[in-house]
Design a protein around this ligand. Structure first.
Ligand SMILES: *Cc1c(COP(=O)(O)O)cnc(C)c1O
Length: 391
């Protein structure tokens, strides 16, 4: 383990916390029942475990347990939200508003809906990654049925003004969806105070298992209608059929419970680690911080680097640190990140970028090693480049 690179890619995924794994284990072999089995104790104990996670998630976001629909993750939750609302509300209108820096699991369902005749407005972002609320105001139309704006960005960590957006949508009776995959357990979320009508969650960004997520769907004031996208046994109040994955659900609940209990202290600790990393890296010339300096996730540092090739930078960092050079979902292709391009960066800057995702298990010593190594790599690449140019 010790000579593997230091893991700093917590926006892509996080390891399962040992406490989470311990909570999950009994539900694989001993308490393996189907939560939908109502005639025996095997079913009852599984159902009780599922109910407990529903209660934990509901309490975490100020919702009620019946408003939590389990899914396989945030990708499925986003698809269910966007397509499910489009299908349920199209008699009222076919216009949807979203943002250029959203995750592909929002942008691609919207693109698909466009082929069915829906009209999509994709708002740009300002140079700091935040949307301009005046532009949102101007984008509203009488036939707008849905606004989808993410709570925290997976690449540059910026936190959109969710409460303000929620209020604007509520004033106009437009459904407000937010993708909170990066936000749950990291920043306070309150569906009442923020006027959120529907919200996507996932466990694996917050030290829970992969393959489990949830969709919060508001039941009153207003009651959100949702057309199911997966039909079958009528699980999850008919909105998402399929046998519930009890061990993963138990892990999800435990992960959120731990994250909430530790949120305040962990936010402070991560902010210090990020500050330390930024203070060291920004001693170099030509290093740019991507995204708003303070309105961002504590563990996120996204930088663009002048005067180096993106692929060479990525290769140079690899032995020491596991970081991402774009969004994890598209970093297999060497194209500039669409999120950074949306900030108005030139392609060169957008391409030579590093996303550090600092998490629960990173230490101050690791951050110092990473900072020194990144600085050395950047300096060496710049030097090579100057030599080549002089020749
Ligand atoms: C990771 C992520 C997703 C996808 O979540 P999965 O649970 O992996 O499907 C969606 N949106 C955002 C913002 C994410 O960070």
């Amino acid at each position: 383990m010790s000579n593997r690179p230091i893991y700093l890619d917590c926006h892509a995924t996080t390891p399962v916390d040992e406490r989470v794994l311990a909570a999950m284990l009994p539900y694989f072999i001993e308490k393996f029942g189907n939560p939908a089995s109502i005639n025996h104790v095997y079913g009852w104990e599984a159902e009780a475990a599922v109910k407990q996670t529903r209660e934990i998630l509901a309490a975490a976001i100020n919702a009620t347990p019946e408003e939590i629909i389990f899914t396989s993750g945030a990708t499925e939750a986003n698809n269910l939200a966007i397509k499910g609302i489009a299908e349920a509300y199209f008699p009222q209108g076919q216009h949807i508003i979203t943002v250029a820096t959203e995750h592909k699991a929002i942008l691609d369902p919207c693109k698909y809906l466009k082929t069915l005749g829906f009209e999509i407005t994709i708002l740009p972002v300002k140079q700091d990654g935040l949307i301009d609320l005046t532009q949102l105001e101007q984008a509203f139309r009488p036939d707008t049925i849905l606004v989808s704006v993410m709570a925290a960005n997976n690449e540059i960590g910026v936190l959109q003004p969710i409460a303000e957006i929620g209020e604007m949508c509520r004033d106009r009776n437009i459904i407000f969806h937010t993708d909170a995959a990066q936000a749950i357990g990291k920043i306070p979320l309150d569906v009442q105070a923020m006027n959120i009508d529907i919200m996507s969650l996932t466990a694996h960004k917050v030290y829970g298992p992969k393959g489990i997520g949830a969709l919060y769907v508001r039941r009153r004031n207003p009651r959100v209608q949702l057309a199911p996208q997966q039909h079958g046994g009528g699980h999850e109040r008919g909105m998402r059929s399929g046998t519930l994955y009890t061990p993963q659900i138990v892990g999800f609940g435990k992960a959120v419970e731990i994250a909430l209990a530790e949120q305040a202290t962990e936010t402070e600790r991560l902010t210090q680690l990020r500050q330390s990393l930024w203070t060291q890296l920004s001693q170099l010339e030509g290093i740019h911080l991507n995204g708003h300096p303070t309105q961002r996730l504590a563990g996120n540092l996204s930088i663009s680097v002048e005067g180096v090739d993106g692929a060479a930078l990525s290769l140079g960092l690899q032995p020491v640190m596991a970081v991402s050079s774009g969004s994890a979902c598209s970093s297999a292709v060497t194209a500039p990140s669409y999120v950074l391009t949306a900030l108005g960066h030139s392609e060169q800057l957008a391409y030579a970028s590093i996303r550090f995702g600092i998490g629960r298990f990173n230490t101050a010593e690791e951050i110092d090693i990473v900072a020194k190594s990144a600085i050395a790599t950047i300096q060496s690449l710049r030097k090579q480049r100057t030599l080549v140019h002089k020749r």
